[in-house]
Design a protein around this ligand. Structure first.
Ligand code: NAX
Length: 330
């Protein structure tokens, strides 16, 4: 048996947290041979709900779950942490401007970045889920200068999975047939779900679906799927978001399938595909041996470039709003 790893989940008493922690504890994220210690970080107001979740985790008698630590103290939450899934964030309230939401959440992620820098394992891998996820990941990384920047990522896997299923439904293929999907850019409505390189059962997607369908239905449906779920369910995506977090971490650690890639928001520090450096931008990546690698050399036509520019511009604007939090003095 391997030695246990410490996994921090913030916002563990929230909707996504409730759908996530049981799956981690059961071994669906890191494998059935990897014991885990869960470090669940919440704010004091959610302590009672968190203790109830811990009781339920105990009642599952998961063989891989070696310990559960409940805390509202960042130094305890990130102590020796090998993996962190940062879900906890302030929700957007009625009449709140997006810029206010970004600034409010910036404080949370700056503090968590500093705690990671001080207390986590040096090779910690971080996935940011709490919105605005890409910019929050940028802040977290900036406040953890002693940790490899490449280990800070934001979640695009829900968008990626949504995109694959839309294509599967349209072409009447099983979703496992849909490969080489890419969702570029920001986890927001400017993201670019790209069918240009997508294969369905080995056939280029654009041999099976029209460009009009992609423009008029597919792209907006994926971009606005989160809103459609809120309208239908009266609550935002939770189980599918937790599932995407599991997929993201599992692929990062255990590897992507040999003939496929996934979408991950990662530092754009090498400027691949002409994206400005210093953003957390979603690219197509393959993963092996615990590392991700950008899929390079994909052809990008003018229309695709324009769509990538739009989402890049939005990320640059968000970066301007949070610029104070990217300096270490904060
Ligand atoms: P909930 O409001 O149900 O849960 C959030 C939890 O975070 C609460 O229990 C709260 O007490 C806790 N929390 C707040 N501030 C905290 C802090 N400073 N430290 C620790 N915990 C803290 O939201 P939920 O539906 O679980 O969504 C969580 C976040 O995920 C939101 O920001 C949401 O917008 C975002 N999402 C991101 C997605 C993505 O693909 N990147 C998709 C799903 C989701 O919308």
């Amino acid at each position: 048996m391997k030695s246990p790893v410490h996994i921090t989940v913030t916002g563990a008493a929230g909707n996504i947290g409730y759908a996530l922690v049981f799956r981690i504890a059961s071994g669906q994220m890191l494998g059935k041979d990897q014991p885990v210690i869960l470090r669940l970080l919440e704010i004091p107001q959610s302590a009672a709900a968190l203790s109830g979740i811990a009781m339920e985790l105990e009642d599952c008698a998961f063989p891989l779950l070696q310990d559960i630590v409940l805390t509202d103290d960042l130094s305890v939450g990130f102590h020796d942490s090998n993996y962190a899934i940062l879900v906890g964030a302030k929700p957007r309230t009625k009449d709140m401007q997006r810029s206010d939401l970004i600034a409010d959440n910036a404080k949370i992620f700056a503090a968590q970045g500093r705690a990671i820098n001080e207390h986590a394992a040096r090779d910690i891998r971080v996935l940011v889920v709490g919105n605005p996820a890409n910019s929050n990941a940028l802040i977290t990384a900036a406040n953890a200068p002693n940790i490899n920047r490449q280990h800070f990522t934001a979640m695009m896997r829900l968008d990626h999975n949504r995109a694959k299923t839309q294509v599967a439904l349209k072409t009447r293929h099983p979703v496992a047939d849909v490969k080489h999907m890419t969702v570029w850019g920001n986890h927001s409505s400017t993201q670019f779900p790209d069918l240009g390189h997508c294969l369905v059962g080995g056939t280029p997607a654009f041999d099976l679906v029209s460009r009009d369908w992609a423009e008029d239905y597919f792209i907006p449906a994926v971009q606005h799927r989160g809103t459609a779920i809120i309208e239908a369910r009266g609550a935002s995506s939770a189980a599918s978001a937790a599932n995407a977090a599991i997929d993201h971490m599992r692929d990062w650690v255990l590897g992507t399938k040999e003939d496929d890639w996934t979408s991950m928001a990662i530092p754009s520090d090498e400027g691949h595909y002409g994206v400005k450096e210093g953003l957390i931008f979603s690219y197509p990546v393959t993963c092996s041996n615990g590392q991700y690698h950008i899929v390079t050399g994909l052809e990008v036509d003018d229309d695709m470039q324009n769509k990538m520019n739009t989402t890049e511009q939005e990320l640059s604007q968000e970066r301007d709003i949070i610029s104070d939090f990217l300096k270490l003095s904060n």
